[in-house]
Design a protein around this ligand. Structure first.
Ligand code: ADP
Ligand code: TZP
Ligand code: MG
Length: 281
């Protein structure tokens, strides 16, 4: 299948992100907060990591997108306040359900957030999305459990699950991993970009979610195209970073820096040429 229109829209989405310098209000965890801020900057956005409930509505109100990362579960009240304010104003809200299903607190918090906040894009690894879709998964922490990981064999079921959850939440669903899936209602594509080093650093998922916020914020009204662009951009940046890491003879810390470099230097035309995209869009 020819995905030239999605390639073009991905390039255009990146162009708009660089031009618009969107303000991205990000409530995220203390592990990867700096990487999230840097990836938003690298994409052309402007991050603000405010998480005090006394100010989040005010910050959300003037943002172009709000990113809620459940790694910051202690900030659930702030996330709900910011997300609801964004919803009232039609500002895109992106959710990362970090470790959804790993504890009772997380299961209950996810239910509360999904009930109270209108979401535009939900991005998680296969276990996190499965926990939201069916209520349980095989993970014990922030990484996907082996039994949940998308393979060629399980890809059709994953696409179906993403579509079903998309209809239930009225949001774009992005499942990340070796193969990434992006679905909105009946539209679904999968991307084969990325590299193994991405799962050997903490924060590649959180950074992808932050990037989704930046691209969606600059491309309001086109969440599916924005999600494909951001997911493809992150994966392709991983490939470029792996190549650079090898040239430098570095390890995973070098890879992390090269990943942010790759996002910051990627041109719309490079992104268009680098996407490995398939599906029924
Ligand atoms: N083994 C892999 N091969 C290719 N890409 C990967 C691999 N592992 C992770 N990625 C990429 O890393 C990013 C984060 O995905 P993932 O590791 O699933 O998130 P999380 O860190 O939340 O578990 C995505 O862009 C995904 O495509
Ligand atoms: C390790 C960890 N623990 C709580 S949040 C977090 C970061 C998870 O980041 P990512 O899902 O992007 O690897
Ligand atoms: Mg994660």
């Amino acid at each position: 299948m020819n995905h030239s229109s999605l390639r073009d829209s991905a390039a255009e989405a990146l162009r708009r992100t660089r031009a618009a310098n969107p303000l991205i209000h990000t409530i995220t965890n203390f592990v990867t907060v700096n990487d999230c801020a840097n990836i938003i900057l690298a994409a052309g956005g402007s991050p603000t990591m405010a998480h005090d409930p006394r100010e989040v509505e005010e910050i959300a109100a003037v943002s172009q997108a709000v990113v809620l990362n459940m790694g910051a579960i202690e900030d659930l009240d702030a996330m709900i306040l910011a997300g609801r304010e964004a919803g009232r104003r039609g500002i895109p809200v992106v959710l990362d359900p970090v470790a959804a299903g790993a504890s009772r607190l997380r299961r209950e918090s996810c239910v509360k957030l999904l009930e109270q906040v209108p979401l535009t894009i939900v991005r998680g690894n296969a276990s996190e999305i499965k926990a939201l879709a069916v209520g349980s998964s095989s993970t014990r922490g922030v990484d996907a459990g082996g039994a949940d990981i998308i393979t060629e064999k399980t890809l059709p079921a994953a696409v179906q699950m993403a579509g079903d959850l998309s209809r239930r939440l009225n949001a774009v669903i992005a499942i990340s991993g070796v193969i990434d899936v992006v679905a909105l209602d009946g539209r679904a594509v999968w991307l084969r970009n990325g590299c193994a080093e991405m799962s050997r650093i903490t924060g590649s998922g959180c950074m992808l979610t932050a990037l989704l916020g930046a691209v969606a914020g600059a491309n309001r009204g086109r969440p599916f195209e924005a999600a494909v662009a951001a997911v493809g951009m992150m994966g392709f940046a991983g490939e470029l970073a792996q190549q650079r890491m090898r040239e430098l003879g570095g390890g995973t810390a070098t890879f992390r820096a090269c990943l942010i470099d790759a996002v910051s230097m990627m041109t719309p035309d490079q992104l268009k040429g680098g996407l490995q995209i398939e599906g029924n869009e």
